[in-house]
Design a protein around this ligand. Structure first.
Ligand SMILES: *[C@@H]1O[C@H](CO)[C@@H](O)[C@H](O)[C@H]1NC(C)=O
Ligand SMILES: *[C@@H]1O[C@H](CO)[C@@H](O)[C@H](O)[C@H]1NC(C)=O
Ligand SMILES: *[C@@H]1O[C@H](CO)[C@@H](O)[C@H](O)[C@H]1NC(C)=O
Ligand SMILES: [Ca+2]
Ligand SMILES: [Ca+2]
Length: 210
């Protein structure tokens, strides 16, 4: 009876081991304790794996956000580059036609002589206008033409106005000494005159060929 029950026990232990091995516990069948401790180890590994998965998930969303940020930065830089390339093309084209660049504007000093209105037409036909001298820098720059040349200044009643519509009284002016003198009562346009002086403008009749 004793032997019978031991053999039963042995058989049921074997069955148990078979069940455990079916359920995936891959341990040494000689020790149940070793099996538990391997299971516990596996559980710890599993929970460490889970927290790595969670942390990788968080890293992934952060990386996806970074990628989308970089994509929009890239698009902005591409746009900026295209704008700059366009400006460079304009720059090169103007320079090839003899225009001079100074402080944000292009200038063309024609060598042909014409009256004020014809000179202005020459400018407007080229998408420009006679020069409006805004400050001492621009005045110095235009004096470098080193010859008499029309500027975009005209008499309007008792005022002088620039071709952009502004009144000279609201701006710096660089009239030569004793100018504008309206000589012969017919000097109604401004010109670069004593170009070696800071104060260099003169009034002259519009029909003069400068
Ligand atoms: C118990 O089972 C083992 C194998 O798991 C076997 O080697 C052994 O002889 C068996 N003992 C008895 C008394 O049946
Ligand atoms: C203009 O030129 C004069 C000398 O010709 C100089 O003294 C003056 O500082 C210049 N002005 C500017 C704003 O560059
Ligand atoms: C008046 O201006 C003209 C230039 O437009 C100049 O030739 C002439 O000498 C000036 N006359 C006087 C009296 O300053
Ligand atoms: Ca100007
Ligand atoms: Ca004059």
């Amino acid at each position: 009876k004793h032997g019978h029950s031991f053999s039963d026990l042995n058989a049921s232990h074997k069955k148990l081991l078979v069940q455990q091995s079916r359920s995936g516990c891959n341990c040494n069948p000689s020790s149940l304790q070793a099996c538990y401790s391997q299971r516990n180890l596996a559980n710890r590994r599993l929970s460490s794996c889970n927290s790595q998965v969670r942390s990788l998930g968080a890293q992934r969303s952060s990386l996806l956000r970074q990628v989308s940020g970089l994509r929009s930065q890239y698009a902005a830089v591409v746009k900026q580059r295209d704008v700059l390339q366009g400006q460079l093309n304009v720059f090169v084209r103007y320079q090839n036609y003899g225009w001079k660049y100074y402080r944000g504007s292009f200038y063309y000093f024609s060598t042909s002589k014409a009256n004020w209105q014809a000179s202005r037409n020459y400018c407007t036909a080229r998408g420009a206008d006679l020069v409006v001298i805004n400050d001492a820098f621009e005045n110095n720059f235009t004096r470098e033409v080193k010859r008499i040349a029309w500027i975009g200044l005209y008499r309007s009643g008792s005022n002088w106005r620039w071709v952009d519509g502004s009144y000279l009284s609201s701006r710096a002016s660089y009239w030569a000494p004793k100018e504008p003198n309206n000589s012969g009562n017919r000097e109604d346009r401004g010109e670069i005159w004593l170009y070696n002086n800071i104060e260099n403008w003169n009034d002259a009749p519009w029909a003069d060929a400068n």
